[in-house]
Design a protein around this ligand. Structure first.
Ligand code: EPU
Length: 420
């Protein structure tokens, strides 16, 4: 296993480039199961999670060729069973359920289970596919689903915590080859869903409204192969904006979609950071003065994203004053508190929220990464801390940030990847 060793206290400056979006790539790779044609997907981030999805596609019969950041997928799916060993390592793999059902009208997919960020049920996925006429059962940890022919239907996909990104993705993919019209009400509006809708359209699907709470899909008989370039990763971009604010730096984040990050940009501006759109694809963030504390509540898009909650907490940890952080998407996503406190932060949990009392200085310490975004928060804390921070179990980071150490070193950080 590897660890990051960070020497903190350095200002960052220059340009940092955002990779392709992990959470848009995963369902798009899964969507290639819907066609026997060749799909070429460019700007795919080389991450543990995208490689796991490629392995899963191979196990389902596809030929997957990876060349740099381009993935070419060909051949027909010849197996409808997504194995526990692959699905259990990454929840995103559950989104092969929809395309397997769309293409083969049957699927056996391991249930993903919970994870450190919360319980993570699959009731909305099941509700959606069953509305399309699928019969589904649970057996020995697997979802076993089949239908004579999927039939379009209107459905409401909102749950206790709002819409679901991957449930929306599963139903969209299944519905592209179903008979008739499907209407998803309370669909997830995340940019990743918009991207998936664009990809499915490029494959020949008839789909409208992706990116809004009402998606309408008219089933077609067949989908074709296509070539597609992945949009950049809004969460990686947001992480860089927060890192610049925390280290009082001036950086240009290249290939960052301003419109995908409005909730974060608005919050950063309101607390005193300068954040500006540059041209159509870049964002400049400049932060010289001490910021003000401010509360956040996470919500589905376009609200403040849960995937930036931990990193925002790291910023508030060094911002004088008190701020309250409430995660309404994953109410238990607070594993990073204990590790940030090991570095001198003053954060406590109180009935579903985190209360952060900003301190003047964090101090380097050995800390343990618990999940992807918590790890990014620890890297941020390491960048501002006095002294040396060692972050163990960085395989969590490698699931979602491409070459993070190299990218940060290019703008003046001192991060080394070492054997544990
Ligand atoms: N939910 C249900 N029932 C369901 C599905 C979800 O109640 O059947 C609840 C969840 O428990 C949660 C809320 O709905 O409270 C939203 O979860 P969602 O289904 O939208 O999450 P997801 O689709 O499983 C994706 C991302 C996550 C990101 C969330 C929220 C991928 C591969 N994962 O997960 O990304 O946090 O949407 O935006 O796209 C990450 O990248 O670090 C990450 C965890």
């Amino acid at each position: 296993m590897e660890k990051f060793v960070i020497e903190g206290g350095r200002r960052l400056s220059g340009e940092i480039h955002v990779s392709g979006s992990k959470n848009a790539t995963l369902p798009i790779l899964a969507a290639t199961l819907l066609t026997d044609g060749v799909c070429e997907i460019r700007n795919v981030p080389k991450l543990r999670d995208t490689l796991t999805m490629c392995k899963l596609l191979r196990s389902l019969g596809k030929t997957v060729d990876i060349s740099g950041n381009k993935v070419t997928i060909s051949g027909a799916v010849n197996n409808h069973e997504a194995d526990y060993k692959l699905v259990s390592t990454m929840r995103g793999s559950f989104c092969v359920l929809g395309p397997l059902l769309g293409k083969l009208s049957k699927a056996k997919v391991s249930m993903p289970g919970g994870c450190v960020i919360g319980v993570r049920p699959i009731d909305l996925h099941m509700k959606g596919i069953m509305a399309l006429g699928v019969k589904a059962d649970f057996d020995a940890g697997y979802v076993i689903a089949h239908a004579a022919r999927l039939k379009g239907a209107q459905m409401y996909l909102g749950g206790t915590f709002g819409s679901s990104v991957l449930a929306t993705a599963n139903v969209m993919m299944a519905a592209t080859l179903a008979h008739g019209e499907t209407i998803i009400e309370c669909a997830a509006c995340e940019p990743e869903i918009e991207d998936l809708g664009n990809f499915l359209s490029a494959m020949g699907a008839k789909i409208q409204g992706h990116g809004t709470p009402r998606i309408v899909i008219n089933g077609v008989k067949k989908l074709n192969g296509t070539s597609y370039k992945m949009a950049s990763d809004r969460i990686e971009a947001g992480t860089f904006l927060l890192m610049a604010a925390a280290t009082k730096s001036d950086i240009l984040v290249k290939d960052a979609h301003y419109n995908h990050l409005l909730a974060l940009v608005d919050k950063l501006q309101s607390i005193g950071a300068e954040v500006k759109r540059v041209g159509s694809h870049d964002i400049r963030v400049k932060c010289k003065k001490t910021l003000k504390p401010a509360n956040i509540v996470t919500h589905p898009h376009p609200g403040f994203p849960t995937d930036l909650q931990a990193q925002y907490m790291a910023l508030m940890a060094i911002t004088p004053g008190v701020s309250i952080i409430n995660d309404r998407v994953f109410p238990d996503r607070f594993m990073h508190i204990a590790e940030l406190n090991r570095m001198g932060a003053q954060i406590r949990r109180d009935t579903g929220v985190a209360i952060v009392e900003g301190v003047k200085q964090l101090y380097g310490a050995p800390v343990m990464a618990s999940d992807l975004r918590a790890s990014a928060a620890l890297v941020m804390a390491g960048l501002v801390a006095k002294g040396k921070t060692e972050i163990y179990r960085i395989y969590h980071l490698d699931r979602g940030y491409e070459n993070l150490d190299v990218k940060l070193n290019n703008i003046g950080a001192k991060v080394s990847r070492e054997k544990e």
